[in-house]
Design a protein around this ligand. Structure first.
Ligand code: FE
Ligand code: FE
Length: 173
């Protein structure tokens, strides 16, 4: 854990770029982790939801490339320690042995923590972009936020309507 930092903020724009670089790194890490999570999932609908989120993540990375260009910056990633940790937790749960419905419930739990981190990141970045007058960038960040919210909602529905009930009452022994 870094107690000291080399970061010096000299403008709000600088903080905004720092946030974009963090999201860029987070999405890159997630794009690498999602295929493994989808493979570990047992329920075909969960597999599909995770694979769809991979497609969205790849699209979001392209939007981020464009966002950097919009503000005259080269796309740059700054290590997102939070996403590293969230993915490490997700991988531990995805590798767990035992009942497949319980493991699916665990994968959803991890995926939703990831979604919520992304929602917080995009929401803040959108507000910063608006404040700085980058209106088109703000719109694009809002689209990413909407996608994360929809992905999160889909996982809640899948968990509550199907996977959690099966996880709570395993049929086989
Ligand atoms: Fe994302
Ligand atoms: Fe981060």
């Amino acid at each position: 854990m870094a107690l000291f930092t080399n970061t010096t903020f000299d403008s709000f724009e600088h903080l905004f770029l720092d946030q974009l670089q963090d999201i860029y790194d987070a999405e890159q890490r997630l794009a690498k982790a999602l295929p493994r999570m989808a493979e570990a999932a047992d329920d075909p609908r969960l597999k599909t939801a995770l694979r769809d989120h991979l497609t969205e993540t790849e699209r979001q990375l392209k939007s981020l490339d464009e966002l950097f260009e919009c503000v005259d910056q080269k796309p740059k990633a700054k290590t997102c320690e939070a996403m590293k940790g969230l993915i490490s937790e997700a991988e531990q749960l995805a590798d767990a042995k035992g009942d497949e419905n319980i493991r699916d419930a665990a994968i959803i739990a991890a995926a939703q923590r990831i979604d919520h981190y992304e929602m917080a990141a995009y929401g803040t970045a959108r507000n910063f972009a608006r404040r700085l007058g980058h209106d088109d960038v703000a719109k694009s960040l809002q689209r990413c936020l909407d996608e994360e919210k929809a992905a999160d909602f889909r996982l809640t529905e899948l968990a509550e309507q199907s996977i959690n009930p099966k996880a709570a009452h395993p049929v086989s022994t």
